[in-house]
Write a protein that binds this ligand. Structure first.
Ligand SMILES: [Zn+2]
Length: 78
């Protein structure tokens, strides 16, 4: 079982489609079980879509930081 911290580290790669099929499945399974991660993933996904349409196709550092901060305070599945 993946921990939220590991999940969080891979989330931006997942959104950038830099992960293999196996990692993607693990992340999808985690999203189904972990409400805080699912919530932040939705927010991050929206940000990435906005970025890829405009300024950058990479997840901004600020968003990654916010994601980690959010998980540290909200995620209890660790
Ligand atoms: Zn989680």
């Amino acid at each position: 079982m993946k921990k939220c911290k590991d999940f969080c580290d891979q989330l931006s790669d997942y959104l950038d489609k830099e992960l293999g099929a196996r990692e993607c499945v693990l992340i999808q399974e985690h999203l189904e079980k972990c409400a805080p991660c699912a919530l932040i993933f939705e927010g991050l996904k929206t940000t990435v879509i906005v970025c890829s349409e405009g300024i950058s196709d990479e997840v901004p550092e600020e968003v990654k930081m916010r994601l980690k901060e959010f998980l540290r305070t909200n995620c209890t599945a660790e």
